[in-house]
Design a protein around this ligand. Sequence first.
Ligand code: FES
Length: 99
Amino acid sequence: MWVEITALDRVPEWGVLPVKIEEISLILNRQGMKVACYRNACTHLEYPIDMGKVSNGIITCPFHKYQFKLDSGKCLNAPADPLESFPVKIEGDRLFVEI
Ligand code: FES
């Protein structure tokens, strides 16, 4: 099911926008016209990651410092455990996520 989330320009470029859909907590990241969506849960102990520091396209979990690439969700500490991602589509200036 595709769900309309927000306007594209409300997602801060290189930053993270936390959103909630159907009780699922998610984060959005935009790099130019490319937007990625992940479950707001670190793959270490499932704590929320939205308050993590973002630098050079990498978010660092505030709890135990695991790092994840925001363009792919790849975990730099445990490559087998990427962030759970959700498909994103852009129509005009609107952003949709499939859950
Ligand atoms: S919960 Fe994120 S690094 Fe431990």
